[in-house]
Write a protein that binds this ligand. Structure first.
Ligand SMILES: *Cc1c(COP(=O)(O)O)cnc(C)c1O
Length: 500
């Protein structure tokens, strides 16, 4: 079987790897991110065929193109296991109509109640198959930096996966209590969790250094092991996310909400720029998508970037009620830059080294125009987030989590400013129960108590929605991981935990 789909690096177009190599390695040795040299095409006829399939069929059809060097029957089995009984909805990613023309794409019916499950339930199968093909059965050590949701989803995906270990670093004071308990009670024999005194950007930067440290690589080689990443810098995270946008479009056409070929805007609450980048790729493949609406919280570096072309991370970092978006360095933007520069790897390298050196880079005017043509960016502060949660519940009987509320508010502001009446899909990225304190406070106007399980029961009865069992069970699970470290100590923790 010969691969047609070749991947290269954002920082070196000369790099040529297959999908399996890209997924096994996670990041290219010179620090760039892998991306395909060309995208598969989605035309009307193919969308028609896809509309007749279920979620798994669509996933196999689309991922088969991107992962063409994988054994396709193994891929089909992996997809069946990943998107099976772990999802509470038969449709995997059900759509709820908020009001005419506004659709909530609920991406949180998986085992950890956030959209990360859509990629991370599948990724372990892809990584182990890729490692078998490309790394000769070496042990794969997955290192994860999380802003809250990736950590749990990756732990749940990789727990007891043969030939793997997984170690997650999370910001000790930057996640919700439910998010933290989900991680620190994780079961499985190959898992580790460590809180860091620092924010997500600190942990992500420290891990990138560890990934590209040659001395550590030599120690891994001696142990017949490799590192890989479960963060959205790994192509194996992004590809599965393309599927749900395509699938949602098909569902809307099937349900008569959209005419075939009709444009659909997509609004995404954004942090590391992975989820919205997947929507961009779906558009580039041919899905009829209009504007991509990029919604930030108070950490509004992306909103500024899309309006001015200046990416400036030298600003105050805020801890917000939407912690999974508390990010100032959005890694996946690098992949978009590769496209916007006309695939100019030297220009991307220049931007990224300016960002590392000076903390800022500026797009030339032409690139800014191209960016604005595809994207609209804005942000929503904490008060607006709370008001949006309350308003959606009162007016539409829809309970949304703070991340989703950010997207809803930015979308509404967009409509007000532009008058664009295009139907819109909003990525609903987490269960409101994961952020029970903020959601309950938004609804009742009262600060919540200290007992998160009492809060969970209160929110459940107030909203008339049953608690997901995987959240209820946290109350009785023992805490297994209490270790914390400084960000400077992460390298030591990695070496010790993995016995290097
Ligand atoms: C991760 C996450 C986001 C941000 O997604 P990116 O792909 O990092 O932009 C938004 N909402 C929730 C609930 C998340 O877990």
């Amino acid at each position: 079987m010969s691969a047609q789909m070749i991947y290269r690096s954002t920082r070196d177009n000369g790099v040529r790897v297959t999908a399996a190599q890209a997924i096994a390695r996670g990041i290219s040795p010179e620090g760039g991110l892998y991306l395909p040299t060309s995208l598969p095409k989605l035309d009307a006829a193919r969308l028609d065929v896809l509309a007749k399939m279920d979620y798994r069929g669509r996933a196999l059809n689309i991922l088969g193109d991107f992962l063409d060097d994988f054994d396709q029957s193994a891929l089909a089995q992996s997809i069946a296991s990943a998107y099976g009984s772990g999802f509470a909805s038969e449709k995997v990613t059900p759509i709820v109509s908020l009001c005419p023309g506004t659709y909530m794409l609920e991406l949180w019916h998986g085992p950890t109640c956030a959209f990360k499950d859509l990629a991370l339930q599948l990724l372990p199968y892809l990584v182990t198959q890729a490692a078998q093909k490309e790394a000769g059965g070496k042990t794969v050590n997955i290192l994860v930096a999380t802003s809250g949701d990736t950590g749990k989803a990756a732990l749940e995906g990789f727990k007891d996966a043969p030939g793997t270990n997984i170690l997650v670093f999370y910001p000790r004071d930057g996640v919700s209590r439910v998010q933290e308990l989900q991680m620190t009670t994780q079961q499985g024999g190959n898992v580790g969790v460590c809180g860091v005194h620092g924010n997500f950007d600190d942990t992500q930067a420290a891990l990138k250094k560890i990934f590209t440290n040659l001395e550590i690589k030599a120690r891994l080689d001696a142990k017949n092991a490799i590192f890989s990443s479960a963060n959205s810098i790994n192509w194996g995270r992004l590809a599965p996310q393309i599927v749900y946008y395509v699938s949602a479009y098909c569902e809307l056409v099937k349900g008569g909400e959209l005419a075939p070929g009709e444009k659909l805007n997509i609004a995404v609450p954004t942090g590391n720029f992975g989820n919205i980048l997947a929507a961009y790729y779906a558009k580039k493949m041919g899905l009829p998508v209009g504007k991509l609406i990029c919604a930030s919280n108070r950490n509004n570096v992306l909103a500024d970037f899309i309006s001015t072309g200046v990416y400036d991370k030298r600003r105050e970092f805020f801890t917000t009620s939407s912690p999974s978006m508390d990010i100032l360095v959005s890694s996946n933007l690098e992949r978009l830059l590769h496209a916007l520069t006309g695939e100019d790897d030297a220009a991307v390298t220049g931007f990224m080294s300016a960002l590392g050196r000076e903390g800022v880079y500026t797009l030339p005017a032409q690139m800014l125009d191209a960016l604005k043509f595809e994207f609209y960016g804005d942000f929503c502060d904490e008060t607006e987030t709370a008001e949006t949660i309350k308003g959606a519940f009162q007016n539409h009987n829809y309970l949304c989590d703070p991340h989703t509320a950010v997207a809803l508010k930015v979308y509404r502001d967009y409509v007000e400013k532009t008058g664009d009446a295009t139907k819109t899909l909003i990525a609903s990225t987490a269960s409101p129960f994961k952020f029970v304190d903020s959601v309950l406070t938004a609804l009742t106007g009262q600060p919540g108590g200290d007992d998160e399980f009492a809060q969970l029961r209160e929110l459940s009865s107030l909203a008339g929605i049953p608690l997901p069992p995987q959240i209820t069970e946290l109350e009785s699970l023992p805490v297994r991981f209490e270790q914390t470290c400084e960000k400077e100590e992460m390298e030591r923790v990695v070496l010790e935990t993995l016995g290097l």
